[in-house]
Ligand binder design. Structure first.
Ligand SMILES: [Zn+2]
Length: 190
């Protein structure tokens, strides 16, 4: 039988400060207003699983399951027949998120994810780069360049000399948003 409903992958991406979570929260709210059962997942960043609030700067928010490994996303998504799986901070789950999302999508469940597609030094950030290749729909957002205010597709370390360890690992997983700033192509020096 091949009449099974197919899942659909939507990727919301861009640099830091681009409003990715805001966009995801709007989609979650819209789906819920249509009566959809939405499971929201974010990365816990540490080993404390539990409930967490995903919030945007404009005040939109929703409770979310906070987990650390991709397999846990499948557990939450497939535990009951949900209408939409929404994953914030998807870049932190690593490349293991790709086969997990494929299983969810193969089960006919749409998936919306938000996450960084680029590291602070301009490299591709997996798994988002691969998921962008797989996606039916991509929303690529930009921030405002901290120098000139133009469209910023990049972000970089605000004080690179103070974060040598982050530069070594290339993909900084620790540290808050204050460590970074958005830059346009002309002013990106990462
Ligand atoms: Zn600029």
């Amino acid at each position: 039988m091949h009449d099974r409903q197919a899942g659909r992958l939507r990727v919301i991406t861009g640099p830091m400060f681009a409003g990715k979570t805001e966009d995801l929260l709007h989609r979650i709210r819209g789906a819920r207003q249509q009566g959809d059962d939405v499971v929201v997942v974010t990365h816990a960043l540490d080993d404390r699983y539990g409930r967490r609030i995903v919030a945007s700067h404009t005040g939109l928010s929703t409770p979310a399951h906070a987990v650390t490994d991709a397999e846990a996303v499948a557990g939450l998504a497939l535990a009951r027949p949900v209408d939409l799986v929404a994953v914030d901070e998807a870049q932190f789950f690593g490349i293991g998120l790709v086969p997990v999302l494929n299983r969810i999508l193969d089960a006919g469940i749409p998936v919306d994810i938000a996450g960084l597609c680029m590291t602070f030094d301009g490299g591709p950030y997996e798994p988002i780069a691969t998921l962008m290749a797989h996606a039916e729909e991509i929303t690529k957002l930009t921030a405002a360049c901290e120098i000139c205010g133009r469209d910023a597709a990049f972000h970089q370390l605000r004080h690179p000399e103070a974060h040598a360890d982050a530069r070594e690992s290339s993909v900084a997983r620790v540290g808050g948003a204050e460590m970074y700033e958005a830059r346009c192509r002309r002013h990106f020096t990462g």
